[in-house]
Write a protein that binds this ligand. Structure first.
Ligand SMILES: Nc1ncnc2c1ncn2[C@@H]1O[C@H](COP(=O)(O)OP(=O)(O)OP(=O)(O)O)[C@@H](O)[C@H]1O
Ligand SMILES: [Mg+2]
Length: 223
């Protein structure tokens, strides 16, 4: 058991996860709350090395099970060295993707058996589960268009997973919708086609409610 609050952002490529995770982190930090912004795969030096391997477009033949274990290895390191200690210190941990991404991508996207992915997730995450998960839901075509624009704007090449086709991302989206039905107590399904500011407001209201419930700080953002 720990005193902190674990918040994750999920969704397909280009859904707006990193944008909203960063905004939430900045807003809570400005309120003087102890928080941490981190991401998967990555979050640690070992995780970042694994991230490079996962994104490498030269590894077109990576087996789905290899992919699952690499994501899980990154997650195990991340939970053990960053996420769990921070939650134990009472911090609000904001994570850009977490274990649900394995269900959506390796389970639904790559079609690995869900029980295998669930079991692996439990072990790799030491049973640490998010308190709130924001699922930014966008049509895959919209998400991919945003990614294309970002690729042109920032001149960064697409990674191995970004090169997948629309049907793959449709299945991933189905995976997240499945999770939102299975775990409604922690899932907040948001329309990712809304503007950045509208989403920010909805997310802050939701987080405020949770923090107030836990007496983290009364009337945090609107008091
Ligand atoms: N609500 C929004 N409306 C319009 N554009 C947005 C919105 N949110 C983010 N964007 C833009 O879409 C692009 C992708 O956003 P972002 O990087 O936050 O997505 P992501 O979900 O983190 O993507 P990835 O899965 O590739 O990490 C960025 O160029 C960002 O500025
Ligand atoms: Mg991102």
């Amino acid at each position: 058991m720990y005193d902190g609050v674990f918040i994750t952002f999920e969704g397909i490529e280009g859904a707006g996860k990193s944008t909203q995770a960063k905004i939430l982190f900045q807003t809570l930090s400005e309120e003087g709350l102890p928080c941490l912004l981190t991401n998967e795969p990555g979050g640690t030096p070992i995780g970042n090395a694994i991230r490079e391997m996962l994104g490498n477009t030269g590894f077109k033949d990576m087996a789905p099970l290899t992919e699952l274990f690499l994501f899980s290895a990154s997650r195990a390191q991340h939970v053990e060295s960053i996420i769990r200690p921070s939650l134990e210190e009472g911090k609000i941990v904001i994570c850009d993707r977490f274990a649900d991404a394995s269900i959506a991508y390796q389970g639904f996207g790559r079609k690995l058996p869900l029980t295998l992915v669930q079991d692996t997730n439990e072990k790799a995450s030491w049973n640490v589960k998010p308190d709130i998960t924001f699922f930014l839901d966008v049509e895959p075509a919209k998400g991919l268009t945003r990614i294309q624009n970002r690729i042109i704007e920032l001149e960064v090449p697409a990674d191995r997973i970004e090169k997948e086709n629309l049907e793959f991302f449709e299945r991933v989206r189905e995976g997240y919708l499945y999770l939102s039905r299975e775990e409604p107590h922690r899932y907040r399904v948001l329309d990712g086609s809304l503007g950045v500011d509208d989403l920010k407001k909805i997310i802050l209201e939701s987080v405020n409610k949770e923090l107030t419930k836990r007496k983290f700080r009364k009337n945090l953002l609107f008091g």
